[in-house]
Design a protein around this ligand. Structure first.
Ligand SMILES: [Zn+2]
Length: 351
C-alpha cells in the first residue's frame, strides 16, 4: 500500500489531495485485484464503516440460514429501495414532507455504505488518474510481455503501469517500485528503483539473508552499473546519480492510518556508511544514523520530479540491455510496481 501510495504521489507531482490512502487503494484494486481488490483486501475491509460491516455480517448469516448466497450489496440495495419508496410517498402527501428527516439521513448513510461495499460499480469516477486510450508507444520495458495499464496524468503525460508479482499473494515479502521518466526527444529515460522494507521501532537488521539478497539484487541492477555514475556535463545541478534507494517503512498500525510516515529514502550506496554493528555482530540500520543522509518522502518526490535524483539519462539501447540482463529482477517473492512515464504528444521544445 505504501509503495502504491508513493507511486501516486510521484505521478501526481506531490498533489496530496490526489495521493490519499483511499485513492491508492482504488488504484491498487485495479492494478492488483488478487491482493487489493474489494473482495479480498483485508485493508479495505478494515477501513469499512460500521454500516457496511453490519450488512456483511447480515449477508453472511442470511446465506447460512437460507442456504443461498446472499450478497451484502443486494441486502443494502433492498433497504435503500424501501426508503426511496417511502420518501416518494412523503412527496405526494403534503403533510408528510417535513417529517422524514430521519429517513433521509438513513438513506444517505446507506448509500455511502453501499459505495464501500461495492466500490467496483463506482470506481470509474474514483480512480485518481483517467485511463489513457489508444496510446501506441513502444518503449523498452522490464517484463514487456506483461499486460499494462495506461493512465493520463494531470499534465497530460502518460503513466504506464505494470505490476509484476508472485502468483500467490501470500508469498509476497516486499515491494519495489521502479519508476522511469522518459524523454521523448532524447530517446532515453531516467530511472529510480525503490526497495520497501518494514522496520520496527525505526530499526532494521541487515543480516537477514533474504534482505541481503534483495539489496544485492537492487544494487546489481542500479548502482553497481554505470547508470549511477555521473558522466553528463558538469553544468547540471543535481544530486549524485544513485538510482537505488532503500525505503524503511513503518508497519501500518491501523488500517485507517491516513498519514505517510517520515518516508526515509536511503541511497543503496550509502548503506555501508550508515550501518552499525550490535554487540553480537549483527548489522543494523537505525533512524538516528541514516537521517542525515536519507531523503524524506516529500523531498524525494520533488527531487525526482525535477530531475535532480535518479539515474542519468539512459539511452534506449542501454535501457533495453539493462532489462534483458535483469529479467531476473521480476522474479522472486516481491511485488514490483513498474511505472513508465512519457508524453505521447509532440511538444514544442523551448530552447
Ligand atoms: Zn549509487
Amino acid at each position: 500500500m505504501n509503495a502504491l501510495r508513493e507511486l501516486t504521489k510521484i505521478a501526481a507531482r506531490g498533489d496530496i489531495s490526489k495521493s490519499t490512502y483511499a485513492n491508492a487503494l482504488e488504484l491498487g484494486g485495479e492494478l492488483y485485484p488478487e491482493l487489493l481488490g474489494p473482495d479480498v483486501s483485508v485493508l479495505r475491509r478494515e477501513r469499512e464503516g460500521d454500516i457496511a460491516k453490519e450488512y456483511r455480517q447480515k449477508a453472511r448469516l442470511k446465506s447460512i440460514k437460507s442456504g443461498f448466497d446472499i450478497s451484502p450489496s443486494n441486502l443494502i440495495g433492498q433497504d435503500i429501495d424501501d426508503i426511496k419508496d417511502l420518501l416518494e410517498v412523503a412527496k405526494r402527501e403534503k403533510s408528510e414532507r417535513t417529517k422524514v428527516d430521519q429517513l433521509k439521513r438513513r438513506l444517505k448513510t446507506l448509500i455511502d455504505a453501499e459505495r464501500e461495499i461495492n466500490p467496483v460499480a463506482h470506481s470509474e469516477n474514483q480512480l485518481i488518474f483517467r485511463d489513457a486510450l489508444a496510446v501506441n508507444r513502444e518503449i523498452p520495458a522490464l517484463g514487456s510481455g506483461k499486460a499494462y495499464r495506461d493512465f493520463r496524468l494531470p499534465d497530460d503525460s502518460v503513466l504506464r503501469v505494470r505490476v509484476l508479482h508472485p502468483d500467490k499473494p501470500e508469498h509476497i515479502t516486499g515491494a519495489d517500485i521502479i519508476y522511469e521518466r522518459h524523454s521523448r526527444y532524447e530517446e532515453g529515460a531516467s530511472i529510480v528503483a525503490i526497495q520497501y522494507k518494514i522496520w520496527e521501532d525505526k530499526t532494521m537488521y541487515l543480516s537477514d539473508e533474504r534482505m541481503a539478497n534483495q539489496l544485492t539484487r537492487l544494487k546489481n541492477f542500479t548502482c553497481d552499473r554505470t547508470i549511477c555514475s555521473q558522466s553528463q556535463g558538469g553544468n547540471t545541478y543535481r544530486f549524485p546519480c544513485c538510482a537505488g534507494f532503500l525505503r524503511p517503512t513503518d508497519k501500518l498500525q491501523r488500517a485507517d492510518q491516513s498519514f505517510i510516515s517520515t518516508g526515509e529514502h536511503l541511497p543503496i550506496c550509502k548503506i555501508d556508511e550508515c550501518k552499525t554493528l550490535t554487540a553480537r555482530g549483527a548489522e543494523l540500520l537505525e533512524y538516528s544514523k541514516i537521517r542525515d543522509i536519507s531523503l524524506s518522502g516529500e523531498i524525494f518526490e520533488q527531487l525526482f520530479n525535477t530531475g535532480k535524483i535518479g539515474s542519468r539519462l539512459l539511452a534506449y539501447a542501454e535501457l533495453q540491455s539493462l532489462y534483458e540482463e535483469h529479467a531476473i529482477v521480476s522474479e522472486g517473492d516481491t511485488v514490483i510496481i513498474y511505472a513508465q512515464e512519457f508524453s505521447d504528444q509532440p511538444r514544442e521544445r523551448i530552447v
